[in-house]
Design a protein around this ligand. Sequence first.
Ligand SMILES: Cc1cc2nc3c(=O)[nH]c(=O)nc-3n(C[C@H](O)[C@H](O)[C@H](O)COP(=O)(O)OP(=O)(O)OC[C@H]3O[C@@H](n4cnc5c(N)ncnc54)[C@H](O)[C@@H]3O)c2cc1C
Length: 270
Amino acid sequence: MTVWKGSPWIFQLERDRPATVLEDNESADTIVIGGGIAGLATAFYVLRDTDREVVLLEADLVAHGATGHNAGQAVAAMERRFDDIAGELGEEKVAQGYREIQSGWERLEEVLESTGRHGDLLRVRGVAATDSPETAHSLIKEMERWKAVGAARTEVAVVKEMTGPVEGAMEVDADRLADLLGTIDRRYVAALCAPSGVLNATLLTEAMAEHLLSTYPDRFRIYEKSRVRRLRLGDEVAASTERGTVIADNVVLCTNGYLGMGIEACQVPV
Ligand SMILES: Cc1cc2nc3c(=O)[nH]c(=O)nc-3n(C[C@H](O)[C@H](O)[C@H](O)COP(=O)(O)OP(=O)(O)OC[C@H]3O[C@@H](n4cnc5c(N)ncnc54)[C@H](O)[C@@H]3O)c2cc1C
């Protein structure tokens, strides 16, 4: 028996697209560096909404980074609390971020529709529970913040006898809450309910690559096994791999925070 020790998402990938390596110098309008879900989604919208020519450079293979190795949960949320991030970045920026995160559901629908990959997303109702009345109150406060900036799609259900009255929450009894959570455990006092899903991001990202290559054959190229070693930013952008350089007007770094390349003449912090 063969045992697969890698990612279950990549395991499901049936890819016959050959990897093309950048072997020469060329030009484009926009360079996208990184072929994960962020890079392909960026290329998707630049190609769809502009007439720019896009070259995507990937160090390994499309969708083999974090996109191929995650837990598969599709959620629209931040890991840190609103006020916590607002203290650092300012309220307006955070509010905009929250609204944009929520609009991610619409963007995801557009991508699923265009690639014909509706089956890659299993839609579920995400429920997270707490057995602490204090946490329940703080969850409600957080939801109020989201609502105030027009970014709430989440409801909080509370067992009123346990938490006391909580404005803005949906009141349920302990049985109903346990039902929502799919448990017989009656210790929970509140739950956060939000649209959520399970997504094979590898399949979707590879589908985006194939869709874009076939829809925009004259405006889109992907080079894999082509790590950018040096990035020069000036009036033009030059991204160099071991074997070639791409020159463009601008570049979008979708490397998931990894730089691993020398960056020269950059006027803004990277
Ligand atoms: C264990 C784990 C579990 C997770 N669970 C979840 C989850 O359940 N739900 C969720 O939403 N998120 C989850 N995440 C996070 C999620 O996987 C990432 O946020 C997402 O995949 C990032 O996509 P990306 O395109 O930005 O990055 P990646 O998929 O990492 O793509 C970046 C790409 O850039 C390429 N690259 C880097 N440097 C260069 C260079 N110099 N030249 C060319 N290419 C370069 C890399 O090879 C890589 O392919 C999880 C992550 C991990 C690791």
